[in-house]
Each structure stands twice: as C-alpha cells, then as structure tokens.
Design a protein around this ligand. Structure first.
Ligand code: NCW
Length: 455
C-alpha cells in the first residue's frame, strides 16, 4: 500500500532524502500580509497598481490578502505542522523604512516577531529583501528607471541585515525574479508600476542588478554568517522543429529569459545576443557597474515552473508554440518536469562558477475546493511536485549542486494581476473567512518530512 508520503516523495535513494537537504515553503509580503495601512506602512507600487482600474482581475488587491500580519502565530504553527526545515518569506520595504530612509520600528518589530517565532519552532529563515513591493515614493522619482533607486535599495538592505541579522537568518536574497520586476513592471506593463516600453525594461533590469551588487558588501559585513544570494525565474526553451532556425529561436528565448539575468551576475556581461532580441534597447551602463553586479554570491536561487517551445518567426523574432494536448495548470503553464533537470544541467555546463543552487520556488496553481469533510484533494499538485522532485534528483545525480527546495507556496494568496483566483498553496485559504485547510499535498509533504526525520 502506498503511504501518504509516497504521493509526493522523491525517489528511493534520492540525495533529496538526505537530512541535510533543505525542504521548505515560500511566500511574499504583498501576497499574504494584508494590513496595508497599519503601523506606518507606506504605499507600495502594488497598492497603486491595484487601485488603477483594469490592471488586476476583478479589481482585487492585497489590502487584506491572507491577513498574515494579524495571524502570525497561527501561520507559524501551520509551518510547524508541515514540518519544513525552512520558510522563505519577503520583507515589505514600505513597512520598515520611511520616506527619508529612517527605520520604521513598528514594521521592523513584525519581522522580529516572525523570525523569533520561527527560531522557537526550529525553522530556519530564507529572507528575500525585494519581492516586487517598491515604496511608491521611490517610483514617483522614477522607480527602477532611476539609478538612485539602486542606492536606496542598498541602504534598505544594510538596515535590514543590521537589524534582523545576527544569527536569525540563514540566507538573504536581494531580489526575487528581477526579470519580472524589470520586464513585467517596466517593459510590458503587466505588473506594477505598469510602465510599457522595452527599453525601460532593459534599463530597470540594469538598476535592479546594480542594486543587488551594491547591497552585497554591507549585507556580508552586517551578517557574515548568513549566505547571500539572489533569486531568478528561469525556463528552458526547446526548438519546435529540429531546424537551425528553430534552434536559434530557442537559444534566443533562453538569452532573454535566463542569460539576461545570469550572465551579468556570473560572467559580468550582458550576452551579446540580447541586443538581437532587444534591438536598440541597450541600457546606460557606467564604468565599474558590471564589476559591482558580478560580486560573488554564496548561492543562486532558481524558480522553476515551466518551459517554452519556440519557433522562428523571421530573423531575431520568435514565436511561442502552444501544444493544446499537453498537461497545463490554471496559469496555463505547461507541466514539464524534465525541463528542470535539463535546465539545471545546462547551467552547470554553461557557468564555470555556478554557485550552489536552491530551488527557491516550484509549484502550481489549480482550482482547489474544500470538500464537505474539510479535505482538499489536489491530485495534480501532488503529482506535479513528485515529478519535479524526481527531476531535481536526477540533476543532482548528474552532479548539479542543489542544496534545497522550496514549494511555492505555503498558502493560497494574492496572485498579482490574476487576483485570488489562481491557487498555488499547499494550504487552502478561504478568503471570506480566512480559514486555512491543509490540502492533501501538504499532508503528504508533512508525512514525507516526518518519515525523513525518522519521527
Ligand atoms: S508570476 C510568477 N510567480 C508567481 C508568483 O506568485 C510569485 O510571487 C513569483 O515569485 C509564482 O511564482 C512567481 N512568476 C513569473 C514566472 C513566469 C514563469 C513562466 C514560465 C513559462 C516559461
């Protein structure tokens, strides 16, 4: 008979079953906290974007979200029940600093309580500094198009690592998915602040990466025992047909999706091919910037969800090919576990100095409902996770140094421009009552983690 743990567990003999391998779950501040106007929290670009008609499905916003700010202890107990080694969350910059860069003690106190609550429960902390909620007053001065924002980010990182470091945090990440902040925020306007010019996306990326590099020295000085890194969303591209043109299309996709971020960080340069994709969009790069950006990191966080299949649509132009027959999630993303293995192995081959990797996000959205007996049987998620764990395991068997894996997400939450409809959680949230219900995937994850710990 298969146990609950078997619904999800990595294969027998997998290096992910080793007790040193870190398993966790993740969230981000704007997606779960709510309390948008409490304790001196400033307006963020997501508050403004949500209030702009037509930007978010059904006009939803993060004002209440999972009300995590007021349900901290309950949520910490839920994490404990899951039995995870680690929890990845982000700090809301607008909560912890005022307009002139002074600390907001009430906001900082919340994260101290969170970190103390985790320590009491034996859960280690992986903390992201920037998961997309820029203070609106900085956007009013140009946001990530303004070079100054990179320096303000470094000040913020300095303050946080000084005030919250000292043994409480296992790993800091500067940014979550700078590709999304830059391209979706400034290039195509799907995300806050909703600016829409490719060349803005490219300049915003440069300043995000610069902010990352500028922040590192103070982070290391303030919290020398912690690991310091960054998190990128990455996806492999596959040629639709085995032709030179389609293979080139796949390569160009990977350049714009992955190398745009990873090459500056790990090679100190933008890939030359990027300017075939972003023609005439080269950013303003000052002398010394690339050295700052390529400062060494201790780990690289990778968020993996899906792959893309590409075909050439003329010189330097690519088309996504959509196969209607393949399995998809409610995000309309293809379920393709093999892509995780392929991509990790390709990164190992491509970057001689690839740091240790954490899969900082992997998971899926589905239309989960609570059955009468308080159960949520999210079969697709159980199978999705099991297959992705197996793919990660194969990459590790082939020599890729993966140290941990965080399921996205701990609980259903505000899924940005898609509002509350796309449910990524291991835990179901009823947004009317704020009742949390562990889905079957969560129960299976907990069972696996209990078994692994020999409890
Ligand atoms: S939209 C997006 N997400 C989701 C969000 O909830 C989270 O805050 C993000 O970190 C889930 O994880 C991230 N990321 C955009 C990634 C696009 C990947 C598309 C794959 C197709 C090739």
């Amino acid at each position: 008979m298969t146990s609950l743990a078997d619904l999800i567990a990595p294969p027998a003999g997998s290096p992910m079953r080793h007790p040193g391998f870190v398993f966790g779950a993740g969230t981000s501040s704007y997606q779960i906290e709510g309390a948008a106007r409490e304790d001196g929290r400033l307006e963020s670009i997501w508050d403004r974007f949500c209030a702009t008609p037509g930007k978010v499905l059904r006009g939803e916003n993060g004002d209440i979200a999972c009300d995590h700010y007021h349900r901290l202890d309950e949520d910490l107990d839920m994490l404990k029940r899951l039995g995870v080694d680690a929890y990845r969350f982000s700090i809301a910059w607008p909560r912890v600093m005022n307009e002139v860069g002074q600390p907001n003690e009430r906001g900082i106190a919340f994260y101290k309580r969170l970190l103390d609550g985790m320590a009491q429960r034996g859960i280690s902390a992986y903390v992201t500094l920037y998961h997309w909620d820029l203070p609106q007053h900085l956007e009013d001065k140009g946001g990530w198009l303004n070079r100054e924002t990179a320096y303000r980010f470094a000040d913020y990182a300095d303050l946080m690592t000084r005030r919250l470091g000292g043994g409480r945090v296992t790993a800091w990440a500067t940014h979550n998915e700078p590709w999304c902040s830059a391209y979706l925020g400034y290039g195509n306007g799907h995300h806050a602040p909703g600016r829409e010019q490719p060349r803005w996306g490219v300049q915003a990326m440069h300043h995000l990466l610069l902010g990352h590099g500028l922040a590192l020295p103070a982070m290391r000085a303030n919290d020398p025992k912690a690991q310091h890194g960054i998190v990128a969303n990455c996806a492999p591209g596959y040629a639709h047909a085995d032709t030179a043109a389609d293979r080139d299309a796949a390569l160009l996709f990977e350049t714009y999706q992955n190398r745009w971020v990873l090459d500056p960080l790990l090679k100190g340069e933008y890939p030359a091919d990027l300017w075939r994709y972003w023609k005439g969009c080269e950013p303003l790069v000052l002398s010394g910037d690339m050295d700052i950006i390529q400062r060494p990191i201790d780990y690289l966080g990778i968020n993996y969800y899906s792959r893309a299949v590409l075909r050439s649509a003329g010189p330097d132009t690519i088309d996504w090919v959509r196969d209607p027959a393949v399995e998809r999630t409610t995000m309309d993303w293809e379920v393709y576990p093999q892509g995780l293995q392929d991509m990790l192995e390709a990164f190992k081959a491509e970057y001689a100095n690839l740091p240790p990797i954490f899969i900082t996000e992997n998971g899926m959205s589905s239309a989960d409902t609570v059955d009468g007996d308080s159960s949520v049987d999210d079969q697709q998620r159980q199978s999705y996770l099991k297959r992705h764990f197996a793919a990660c395991s194969r990459a590790m068997d082939n020599g890729v140094d993966v140290r941990g894996y965080f399921v996205w997400s701990l609980m259903d939450n505000f899924e940005w421009a898609f509002g509350y409809e796309r449910r990524f959680g291991l835990v179901h949230v009823d947004f009317e009552t704020q009742k949390r219900t562990l889905k079957r995937s969560a129960l299976a994850y907990a069972d696996f983690l209990r078994e692994r710990a020999g409890r």
